[in-house]
Write a protein that binds this ligand. Structure first.
Ligand SMILES: Cc1cc2nc3c(=O)[nH]c(=O)nc-3n(C[C@H](O)[C@H](O)[C@H](O)COP(=O)(O)OP(=O)(O)OC[C@H]3O[C@@H](n4cnc5c(N)ncnc54)[C@H](O)[C@@H]3O)c2cc1C
Length: 485
């Protein structure tokens, strides 16, 4: 098991010399929120100190100091992660990128933008639009940093058409554990040039290096879009409709799934029902929200007509076009607010973010429902039906924390086993952090998990980068978790 050193007054002085007094925070001055991300149920761990870095050179100097003194370093973007990824399990230093928030340059000829990791997703998306360009990845939490998105390989609602964050990373500047600065990738459309360390870095959750600059691919912004809500009597017929949309060559931008329970939670939260619970005198069991983009109204009209035709064949209750821009805004705001609506209704939540083959979604959801009922836990779910990525939330309601965690563990163990049986994967987009490490290991098996650990050691032999995450068992030994401080 790894052992680490504390940040002594001498080491603190060296760090202060790099970032200056105002950007160094000693133990008593660290923001208490740095002890957790958006899932505090996975434990709170305070660092010994924190710094706000501003440049690659500063990050390199910080890593040299921490490497020489064996101080653990956990990188933090906006802290919106859902797996305890940016939580400093071993104490040490939190290196925050929030001040590395500059969009540096657009390359209009190569449709690319160079930026720092602390730029927020919403700021990049809005700024790109002013250049007539679109940044396609669209994860739900717009205040996440783009550096965090790369480090978790965030997905989002447009993945069904455009892919995920990984597909938009052209090049990265990375500071390694020992402070060396490396450049990975180039602003080119394709490459077949040795092992792709670029793609290894993407989704590595701050365990292999700190991303300090990146070049991201952009696309011309679509001219218009339209969303349609297609309600069904039950989940099964709703999910069976999903491949039909793709097979009809309609090329949707997103296909979002919602069942009756999440629609009811959303209505209770917003106070005004956005998604219909009854259509044509029938209860809606589940719906998909489908969005198309195009270069003109005619193209979208054609797509809607064809959608209507296949929806009728699939026994949909209706096809409701989200017509006005204010309707569109409220529909997507309500969809983006599902997690907030769930959180508003309960003391604690735990979540899973599995991805299964699309046709296996109903089998998985039926299993989850029965696990919830057997264990007396209310479960809410929604997901990206177009790519089989499901967000499952267990709600504690009035249960005490210990009892909630005990029951949730039973549910999670069985649910991840079911996911494996259905040929799914542990995480579609939220990544592993420390919360899902045990399930990653079970899912990929000892050989693959062991190889991941060997790769980690090549990049970070002393395991100082984000200890205890993804595949790093240096804190826990082979099993278990440290206790929260
Ligand atoms: C309401 C809500 C909705 C969400 N919806 C989605 C969704 O639709 N899709 C999705 O994929 N996720 C979603 N998320 C999860 C979260 O927003 C993403 O995981 C996001 O990518 C985290 O970015 P962050 O800046 O907050 O990173 P943090 O939480 O600060 O960190 C996440 C991980 O990245 C590492 N990291 C951060 N910056 C760097 C860097 N510069 N270099 C190296 N490592 C770094 C951290 O060490 C940590 O391991 C949602 C979260 C919430 C709260």
């Amino acid at each position: 098991m790894a052992t680490y050193n504390k940040i002594t007054p001498e080491i603190a002085a060296q760090l202060r010399a790099v970032v200056g007094e105002r950007r160094f925070f000693g133990k008593d001055d660290v923001d208490p929120n740095y002890s957790h991300d958006e899932m505090p149920i996975y434990g709170r761990y305070m660092p010994d100190a924190a710094v706000d870095a501003e440049t690659t050179e500063e990050v390199s100097a910080i890593m040299k100091i921490c490497s020489a003194n064996k101080i653990p370093v956990t990188c933090r973007g906006a802290g919106t992660g859902l797996v305890g990824g940016c939580v400093p399990l071993a104490g040490g230093l939190v290196l925050c990128t929030r001040r590395m928030n500059k969009i540096l340059a657009y390359d209009m000829d190569n449709l690319a933008v160079r930026l720092q990791p602390g730029v927020l997703l919403k700021d990049l998306a809005a700024d790109a639009l002013t250049h007539g360009l679109m940044y396609p990845p669209d994860p739900g939490e717009k205040t996440a940093t783009v550096g965090g998105n790369i480090s978790t390989n965030a997905g989002g609602m447009r993945a069904v058409k455009y892919g995920v964050t990984r597909d938009y990373v052209l090049a990265l500047t990375v500071v390694l554990a020992d402070g060396r600065v490396i450049e990975l990738g180039k602003s080119v459309c394709k490459t077949s040039s040795g092992y792709s360390l670029l793609h290894l870095m993407i989704g590595s959750e701050g365990t292999l290096g700190i991303i300090t600059e990146m070049t991201m691919k952009l696309i011309p912004s679509p001219i218009c879009d339209v969303s349609c809500l297609v309600p069904f009597r039950d989940v099964e017929s709703c999910i069976k409709f999903v491949p039909k949309i793709k097979l009809a060559n309609l090329d949707p931008q997103s296909i979002e799934f919602m069942d009756a329970d999440i629609v009811a939670s959303s209505a209770a939260f917003t106070g005004s029902p956005i998604f219909p619970e009854r259509v044509k005198n029938e209860d809606v069991g589940a719906s998909v929200l489908v969005t198309f983009v195009g270069s003109g109204e005619d193209e979208l009209d054609q797509k809607m007509i064809r959608l209507g035709r296949i929806a009728k064949e699939a026994d949909a209750l209706d096809v409701l076009v989200v017509a006005t821009s204010s309707n569109k805004k409220s529909v997507w705001a309500a969809r983006s607010g599902f997690l907030t609506a769930i959180e508003a209704d309960t003391k604690l939540i735990d979540e899973m973010d599995v991805v299964v083959p699309v046709d296996k979604i109903p089998a998985f959801l039926i299993h989850i429902r029965s696990l919830g009922e057997e264990n007396g836990i209310r479960i809410r779910n929604f997901g990206h039906a177009g790519d089989g990525n499901l967000h499952i939330y267990c709600c504690s309601d009035d249960l005490e924390e210990d009892e909630f965690k005990r029951r949730v563990k039973i549910i999670m163990d069985k649910a991840y086993a079911k996911c494996a049986e259905l040929e799914g994967q542990v995480s579609g987009e939220h990544s592993i952090g420390h919360a899902k490490m045990v399930y990653l290991r079970e899912s990929v098996g000892e050989d693959v998990f062991g190889l991941m650990g060997e790769i980690k050691k090549v990049f970070d032999p002393d395991c100082i980068l984000n200890p205890g995450k993804v595949c790093d068992v240096s804190l826990t030994g082979r099993e278990g978790r440290r206790q929260p401080c």
